[in-house]
Structures are given as structure tokens and as C-alpha cells.
Design a protein around this ligand. Structure first.
Ligand code: SF4
Length: 431
């Protein structure tokens, strides 16, 4: 979502003649868009501002803006501790950026803009064309979260759930396709909670499915609690919806899920997986896991490993629980670090085995790849298959923006390597 936001910030600032540059040392304004999900996020902000300071030691200071969830959570502290920062702007207030830059240019003032003004934000963004022309583009449809999982900062940094209007989203999707995007990844902290005047995510998927020249649709990130039957149906009916679903589970133990306030059981999670598989046999899954959440016993942990093996997630993101200041879980007793590290290693070994088996099974198979770009200084092209696997092939032909069949020759943990399959040209008929 930060990538989407950063692009939109660039679209906005063009209106006051600020454009993006590659050489930091020439910047008049330095914008750091931050994420508060990982540990030490605030330290990274100070570190980064320190780097800018160094670069501008003997030059005119640029305007320094800290945007995003760290700004939201730590705004006043950042302004007090680091005088080099001119303004902090929360993720729901960045539509104010031009006003803020201009007032800093005019006066020498410090600004904290961290109100939750999400409706106004999207009203402003709708006035500015989305200029992103990447082959695969993000599109935010929903923001914020009302779920309050005990470990998570999102409800405090992005605010309550908000869904953008159906027509705004379709119009932005068409803009992106007109710009050359062939894949759209719908974004939301709780994307399947999307609800605008009773239009749900499934309605959006069906409508996007009709857009000419849009080839692929994905969405992330979903919550099992909002996984309704209409959405399951969309997976079987929308041909452009890709067959990989990222469905975070966090733990294989219902007890831990209850402690986390995830509001579903493991049986309910498995039922969703089962229903999806019945409707679309080719579907595969990826997920997020928190290992050693406070109160996790050996038995709870083993259930998580078992779940990994049972569902065979083709990708997983696993971390040891780390407390986020201000969340209810921050006050819970942490599991011994040595045990936590051992559990993470065991879990990741199991996950790697599942992934390795899956990827080795792809060798000699044929896959359909949407190519995004050429690697620098070689004739290698990078693209992604329907399961979001990275694929690299050699080609003298410009493949960017093309969907081609590839035979996979070999793989490693992160990439598949293959050869283009030469497709038969359509036969010409005699007049
Ligand atoms: S549903 Fe996701 S975004 Fe919402 S509180 Fe839970 S983990 Fe955070």
C-alpha cells in the first residue's frame, strides 16, 4: 500500500512542480514514506534522516517530510527529537502534502498532520489522474481495519475501515489499463471487508473482469472472517482472477487465534480452503504466521507446523512475535527468545520443504507468464506466472507487457527459469 501511496503522492506534488529525481543530493524536498509493521521502524526513520543530513551538510537543507504509519504513531515525538524533520503526515492526510510543502517554503514552521481524513483524501486523489504505467499496478480499494487483532497497529495508524466508491475504483482501474497496466492488484488492509453501498469485493472482481485489455486481477490482504460465499464464487467465475490467494492465518491453534482476537477457528479457516478448492481445483495459497505469540505452547506451535503441511502453502511469511507499542499484546509475557528462535527455525524448515516440493514439481511444466521488464544489460526478461512466481527467460524479442507460455527448466527458492514456447502462427487460409 505504501508503494501505491508513494505513487499517488508523486501525482499530487506534480501540481506544484515537484517531480521525482534519482539523485538524492539534488532534492529540494525529501519524502520518507514509512511502515510501522516491523520492529525498530522509528529507529529506521532517524537513521534515514541522519543520512539525508549528512548529504546536505554543506548545502541548503531540503524540506524533510515523514509520511505514513510511523508519522501517525510517533508524530509529535519525531518532531521533538529530530529538528531536521519539517512535517509529519499520517497515511490518511497525505492529500494535504502540497499545502504543507508550500507553507514550509513560505514560513519556517513545523507541521503535524495526522488526522484521519480518509474521505477527503480520496476525494482529492480522484481529482488527480493516476499516472502509474507499470505492467502490474496496485490499486487501493479499502483502508483501515476494525478487527483489532491484539498484536497489530493498523487500526491505530490507518484508522477504521473505509471503502472507496465503486465507480471511483472502476474509473481508476480503467485509467491504469489505458496507461498500459495489464495486471491490477487490489489493495486493502482488510480488502475482503470491502463494502460500498452493499457492493462487495466480489462485485468489483466481476466488473474488473469485464475491462478490455486488463489481463490479470489479484487482491490482498484478506481476513478469513470476511471470506463470504460470493467471494468464493468469484474465484470460480472470474477468469481473470489469478489462482493464488494470500489468506493470513497467523497460527494453527484455535486457542492462540482466540488470544489474538482473530475471531475464527482453525476449522473455519480450513473450511474456506476446502470450499475454494471445490470451486477451483487449481487454487493455491500463501499465508502469514506469527511464531511464539505469548501463551503459545509446544502443542499450539506443532499445530501451526501441521497446518503448513496440510494446506501446503506455496509461500509463507513468518516472524517471531514482536510487540508493537500501544497494542494490547505489547503487555503480554513474551516467550523465551531461545525457544522462539528454535520454533521459527523448525517452522521455516517445514515451510521450505513444502515450497521446494512445489517448485521442483514445476520443472518441465508449462506456465503462463506476464512479462514485466528486462534485466539490466542482459537479454533476460522478468515476469510472473499465475501464482505470482518470478520467472526469468532469455529472449531477443521485447517481451515486456506480453503474456507468453514458458517451459520451466529449473528453479531455486525464489525464481523459476525457463524457455519461451514458440507458439504456432495461425494458418493463413486461401481466398
Ligand atoms: S485484520 Fe489485519 S490489519 Fe486488521 S487488526 Fe488484524 S492483522 Fe491488523
Amino acid at each position: 500500500m505504501n508503494e501505491y501511496d508513494s505513487n499517488r503522492i508523486l501525482d499530487l506534488t506534480k501540481k506544484i512542480n515537484y517531480v521525482s529525481i534519482t539523485n538524492i543530493e539534488e532534492a529540494d524536498c525529501y519524502v520518507l514514506n514509512t511502515c510501522h509493521i516491523r520492529e525498530k521502524a522509528t529507529d529506521k526513520v532517524y537513521h534515514e534522516v541522519g543520512r539525508v543530513k549528512k548529504k546536505f551538510r554543506n548545502k541548503k537543507k531540503p524540506i524533510v517530510l515523514i509520511i505514513g504509519c510511523v508519522a501517525q504513531a510517533e508524530g509529535d515525538v519525531l518532531l521533538q527529537k529530530e529538528k531536521y524533520i519539517d512535517a509529519v503526515i499520517g497515511p490518511q492526510s497525505y492529500h494535504e502534502i502540497n499545502k504543507i510543502i508550500l507553507s514550509i517554503e513560505n514560513k519556517d514552521t513545523k507541521i503535524n498532520s495526522t488526522e484521519f481524513e480518509v474521505i477527503e483524501k480520496f476525494d482529492q486523489l480522484n481529482l488527480v489522474k493516476n499516472s502509474n504505467s507499470k505492467i502490474s499496478s496496485f490499486l487501493t480499494i479499502q483502508e483501515g481495519c476494525d478487527k483489532f487483532c491484539k498484536f497489530c497497529v493498523v487500526p491505530y495508524t490507518r484508522g477504521p475501515e473505509y471503502s472507496r466508491s465503486f465507480s471511483e475504483i472502476l474509473s481508476e482501474a480503467k485509467q491504469l489499463v489505458d496507461n498500459g497496466s495489464q495486471e491490477i492488484i487490489l489493495l486493502g488492509q482488510n480488502v475482503n471487508a470491502y463494502n460500498f453501498k452493499n457492493k462487495r469485493l466480489s462485485d468489483l472482481l466481476f466488473s474488473l473482469n469485464e475491462i478490455k485489455n486488463l489481463e490479470r486481477i489479484r487482491y490482498t490482504t484478506s481476513h478469513p472472517k470476511d471470506f463470504t460465499n460470493d467471494l468464493i464464487e468469484a474465484h470460480s467465475e472470474c477468469k481473470k482472477l489469478m489462482p493464488l490467494l494470500h489468506l493470513p492465518v497467523q497460527s494453527g491453534s484455535t486457542k492462540i487465534l482466540k488470544n489474538m482476537n482473530r475471531n475464527h477457528t482453525i476449522e473455519e479457516y480450513l473450511e474456506i480452503i476446502e470450499k475454494l478448492r471445490r470451486k477451483k481445483s487449481s487454487i493455491k495459497f500463501s499465508s502469514d504466521f506469527i511464531i511464539a505469540y505469548p501463551g503459545e505452547t509446544k502443542d499450539d506451535f506443532e499445530r501451526t507446523v501441521l497446518l503448513m503441511k496440510e494446506v501446503e502453502f506455496i509461500n509463507s511469511y513468518s516472524f517471531i512475535f514482536s510487540p508493537r507499542p500501544g497494542t494490547p499484546a505489547a503487555n503480554l509475557k513474551k516467550i523465551d527468545t531461545k525457544i522462539a528462535k528454535e520454533r521459527l527455525a523448525i517452522f521455516q524448515r517445514a515451510a521450505d520443504e513444502v515450497k521446494k516440493k512445489y517448485r521442483e514439481g514445476l520443472v518441465n511444466s508449462t506456465t503462463s507468464v506476464l512479462f514485466e521488464n528486462k534485466s539490466r544489460a542482459t537479454d533476460k526478461y522478468f515476469g510472473r506466472d499465475e501464482y505470482f512466481n518470478s520467472v526469468i527467460v532469455h529472449s531477443n524479442e521485447n517481451l515486456a507487457g506480453k503474456i507468453r507460455k514458458v517451459k520451466i527448466d529449473k528453479c531455486n527458492q525464489n525464481t523459476l527459469f525457463g524457455e519461451l514456447i514458440l507458439e504456432d502462427k495461425p494458418k493463413e487460409h486461401a481466398a
